[in-house]
Write a protein that binds this ligand. Structure first.
Ligand code: NI
Length: 178
């Protein structure tokens, strides 16, 4: 169990498509523990393995009182539409409105290797989708129009130039980032 450094925009692992987990073993459970510890240290609502430098399909959520790990997660149903401001622990200080389905049904394995199926709405649904994107190498900025994305990224790069590609989580992160 450990708090791990979080990879920041520009770190290549954030753009890798994470690999499926073949067997939920102790190594995977240790990764889940590290994700929970790091998410808590950063006050995040979700965290994907890519964000701690591990391109494997594992992520954790802590939103609206629901705390769970998801291994090899898949969204099997999605409906509705909801646009809300979103942020990411890997793109500190950047926020933008992102439209996503309002309700989803998630299938995954838990840390015991057992299948879970969950109906999620609102912030939980949003956090799950945001983390699944991470496992595919996708960031929330990729959902913006090209112009908005370009503005956000150029401003962000200006504010964060010469910063390292990883950073230690801080408890003072804005809430509800993932
Ligand atoms: Ni994120």
């Amino acid at each position: 169990m450990a708090i791990r450094d979080i990879h920041i925009l520009g770190s290549p692992v954030l753009r890798h498509r994470a690999e499926e987990i073949e067997t939920v073993d102790d190594e995977v459970r240790a990764l889940v523990e590290d994700l929970f510890d790091t998410m808590a240290a950063a006050s995040g609502v979700g965290l994907a393995a890519n964000q701690i430098g591990v391109a494997r399909r594992v992520a954790v959520i802590n939103a609206e009182g629901q705390t769970f790990a998801m291994i090899n997660p898949r969204i099997v149903e999605a409906d509705g539409r909801d646009s809300t401001e979103e942020g990411c622990l890997s793109i500190p200080d950047a926020f933008a409105e992102v439209a996503r389905p309002q309700r989803i049904v998630l299938e995954a394995l838990n840390e015991d290797g057992e299948p879970i199926r969950m109906d999620a709405t609102a912030l939980v649904a949003r956090a799950v989708q945001h983390e699944l994107d991470h496992l595919d190498g996708v960031l929330f900025i990729d959902h913006l129009s090209p112009l908005k994305r370009q503005l956000l990224v150029s401003r962000w790069k200006k504010d964060h130039r010469n910063e390292p590609l990883t950073r230690t989580p801080r408890l003072e992160e804005p809430e509800e980032t993932a």
